[in-house]
Design a protein around this ligand. Structure first.
Ligand code: SF4
Length: 151
């Protein structure tokens, strides 16, 4: 595990627990999404292995509880990764539109998205590999695609 991960991992509980009381913390997710996508143009998936709070949590905590079994084969298929991406992004967009422009509700939408995907990542870590979620994570997938544009 890397030193950067030991620092960044704390952002995960700050967002998913703190965000339940202070939904505005959801904007940390927005900032991180913008930063990681910009970074991926220069450094591919550097974010995933060094800075991602959830990736750090999966490495530091869930690696000790994982069944360490192969992820389902469908996780490696591009169509499946695109499907997960489109579903989650659509869910995000619909909920933002429904917020009526209320900035606190929009923050809560991002906290909720982070919480739901973290729960999925924990379930996948328990029954497959500790980084099972990372095989289908839309942000990881996009970083890989953007990183390839430059190289
Ligand atoms: S794939 Fe997603 S959850 Fe995994 S480290 Fe990358 S951004 Fe984080």
């Amino acid at each position: 595990m890397k030193k950067t991960q030991l620092i960044m991992v704390w952002l995960l509980p700050i967002i998913i627990i703190g965000g339940l009381f202070y939904p505005i913390l959801g904007y940390l997710v927005v900032g991180m999404m913008a930063f990681l996508l910009a970074l991926s143009f220069f450094k591919g998936r550097y974010w995933c292995w060094n800075l991602c709070p959830r990736g750090a949590f999966l490495d530091i905590v869930m690696s000790k509880a994982s069944a360490n079994k192969p992820v389902p084969g469908v996780f490696a298929k591009n169509w499946f990764r695109w499907t997960v991406l489109v579903l989650l992004m659509s869910f995000l967009v619909v909920r933002i539109i429904r917020s009526g422009g209320n900035l606190v509700i929009i923050g809560a939408v991002f906290v909720g998205m982070c919480l739901i995907t973290t729960i999925i990542s924990v379930i996948l870590a328990l029954f497959t590999k500790h980084r099972g979620w990372c095989a289908i994570c839309p942000m990881g997938f996009l970083q890989g695609k953007i990183g390839k544009i430059k190289h």
